[in-house]
Structures are given as C-alpha cells and as structure tokens.
Ligand binder design. Structure first.
Ligand code: 2PG
Length: 247
C-alpha cells in the first residue's frame, strides 16, 4: 500500500522578508506569505492531493500557513496535531540577527557553517536575551530543556520521535498526512526519508509555500522521486533561500 505524505514549508514570514535569523522566534506571515499559503492550498485542490490530517509545529507562521492552505483546499475541517518537535531549528544567539550583517561580520565560511553544516550549532543564546524562549508558555512541560541552540543533527534527533510516534501511525492507518513546518525541520525530515548524507544535505533548500509530495512504501521509504506541486516555482524559491544573506 502506498502512503501519501505532503510537506509544506510556511509562507514568507515577517523575518524572512527582513532577512533575519528566526528559529524559534514566533513571527507571523507577511501578506506575500499568506498569498503563498493560499496558492499552496489551491495547488492541492487543483491536483487532488488532499490531506486527511495535519501536523504542525507550535509556531504561528506554520499554524497560519496550515489554516490558510487547508481553507483553500476545502480541508479546514481535518484533525490537527501540533508539536514543538516540528519547530524550526533553534538558531541560538543568531536569532534576531541580520543575515547579511552576520555574513559580512563573520565571513562566508562561518556563516555557511552555522546555516548549513550538519552538526555545528550556532552559539548558545543567553536565556535573558529578548529573542530567547524562556518563560514562553507554549513550552511548559516539553521534555527536557528549551534548547539554547540547535544543529540540524539535534533537530533530527528531537523530530524523529514525533515522526515515528505520531506521523507514521497516521500514514499506516491509510491517511494522507500533511506536515506544515519549517525550512530546517523539513530539511531534516527529507534527509531522513531520502537517506541524504550529512555533507549533501547542506545543498538542499526548501522553498516557502509549495507542497512537496512523497509516496511511501510500508517501510516509509519513498517509492520514487518526490514532487513539488509547482516545480518551476519550487526551483526558483529554493535558489532564493540558498542565496539569503547575499544582498
Ligand atoms: O532563519 C531561520 O530560522 C531559517 C529559516 O528562515 O533560516 P535559514 O534558511 O538561514 O536556515
């Protein structure tokens, strides 16, 4: 039996537009981001790829994107599950920093190591920093501590229990699942699904607002290549993410 999984990165956020490192800071969608989410929903409806259940992070930009996309796919009524384990990678002390300024200050090598290396996290954020999540009520009771920084490796380690424990059972129950999350949490999931190496994952960027569809076998392995519902827009969007900072 084939299982259908849809991955959707949130539409443009206020801090994507401003070119700031975002991570766990809870910024909203821009008008363009809302339009991207709408288009994502329309693409699902037009192409008949319709989710039965939605999983999102606990960050507003993913929740807004899910609501808008599902509304435009006539699927606002499906069950919803949310988890901090689908959150964006915590960007540590870089949260709130301008990407272009960070590149100019630290140089390309360090900048890319922080953004795209597999296991080098950015410096830890001070818990008193205005962009730390200390005392944020949505994280009361999360297992362990609120992170002070995360590498992609750490993201994968905290995401996989949710993937195995909550998403895979929905897929195995025959549901078409949509996961609405973030650039780096989805990079982690794609790495896991496709067995991409620690080095090669650096080059993978996920565009905002375009559904990416996987057909999976019973072992949750892709049966073929994944497909974006708008491949041209996805290629342009991924290139734009790759060049962030260089403007
Ligand atoms: O700032 C962030 O949280 C992420 C996603 O917007 O950025 P990057 O693509 O640089 O990892």
């Amino acid at each position: 039996m084939a299982h259908t999984l849809i991955l959707l990165r949130h539409g443009q956020s206020e801090w994507n537009e401003l070119n700031l490192f975002t991570g766990w800071v809870d910024v909203r969608l821009t008008e363009l981001g809302r339009a991207e989410a709408q288009r994502g929903g329309e693409l699902m409806k037009e192409q008949g790829v319709l989710p039965d259940i939605v999983h999102t992070s606990v960050l507003s930009r993913a929740i807004q994107t899910a609501n808008i996309a599902l509304d435009h796919a006539d699927r606002l009524w499906i069950p919803v599950k949310r988890s901090w384990r689908l959150n964006e990678r915590h960007y540590g002390a870089l949260q709130g920093k301008d990407k272009a300024q960070t590149l100019a200050e630290f140089g390309e090598e360090k900048f890319m190591e922080w953004r795209r290396s597999f296991d080098v996290p950015p410096p830890v954020i001070d818990p008193a920093d205005e962009y730390a999540q200390t005392d944020d009520p949505r994280y009361v009771g999360i297992d362990g501590e609120i992170p002070g920084t995360e590498s992609l490796k750490i993201v994968i380690d905290r995401m996989l229990p949710y993937w195995e424990g909550e998403i895979v059972p929905d897929l195995k129950a025959g549901k078409t699942v949509i996961v609405v999350a973030h650039g780096n949490s989805l990079r982690g999931l794609v790495k896991h699904l496709e067995g991409i190496s620690d080095d090669d994952i650096a080059a993978l960027n996920i565009p905002t607002g375009i559904p990416l569809v996987y057909e999976l076998d019973d072992d949750m392995k892709p049966t073929g290549a994944s497909r974006y519902l708008d491949p041209e827009a996805a290629a342009a969007g991924a290139a734009a993410v790759a060049s962030q900072g260089k403007k």
